[in-house]
Design a protein around this ligand. Structure first.
Ligand SMILES: O=c1ccn([C@H]2C[C@H](O)[C@@H](COP(=O)(O)OP(=O)(O)OP(=O)(O)O)O2)c(=O)[nH]1
Length: 161
């Protein structure tokens, strides 16, 4: 599946959710905060910063589901601002340990919320690409997990969780 299809799938899901929940206001900032929360949940499952604990990271599938929750909201905030024209995952390198990358990713999200430019949007993707490669998630693994969670999100809306 190519990258732009993700935007199509996300647009359809967002429309479904907004109609289902009768949302008429602008929810860009809510989605921005949701992304920060998902990033924190992801960091929490990797346990990369827990120097006080000997317990290892959560199961790979658990971490991957958290990761693709973030992907949903990255796509969604891009759609909100009309940046859903990317054909490829923006590439770039972010140096440092996973903890450092997480901290910089928070900054990239905040920067985009306050200054939603294409450059700042791409920076979020670059940071998430670095997180994926640091954890060891492949592109196809991410796409498959995204498709699975996307379907689960429809079910959750239909069953009114
Ligand atoms: O406009 C929206 C709103 C939400 N989602 C998706 C993204 C994510 O995949 C899921 C929300 O995350 P999660 O599944 O963790 O939902 P939650 O309500 O935080 O779950 P829980 O109550 O189980 O923690 O809904 C969208 O795609 N578009």
């Amino acid at each position: 599946m190519n990258f732009s299809t993700l935007f199509t799938m996300q647009r359809e899901l967002d429309n479904f959710i907004q109609t289902n929940q009768a949302i008429e206001k602008d929810v860009f900032r809510e989605k921005g905060l949701a992304l920060v929360v998902e990033l924190a949940e992801l960091a929490n499952e990797t346990r990369c910063f827990k120097f006080w604990s000997t317990k290892g990271p959560s199961e790979r599938d658990v971490i991957l589901e958290e990761y693709v929750d973030s992907i949903h909201f990255i796509l969604s905030i891009g759609i909100e601002k009309g940046f859903d024209v990317l054909n490829e995952w923006p590439e770039g390198k972010v140096n440092g340990e996973l903890t450092e990358i997480f901290i910089e990713t928070i900054t990239s999200i905040q920067t985009f919320i306050f200054d939603p430019t294409m450059e700042n949007y791409k920076s979020i993707w670059i940071h998430y690409g670095s997180i994926a490669s640091r954890i060891g998630f492949s592109y196809s693994e991410i796409i498959n997990a995204y498709i699975e969670k996307n379907e689960k999100n429809y079910t959750r809306q239909r069953t009114g969780y």
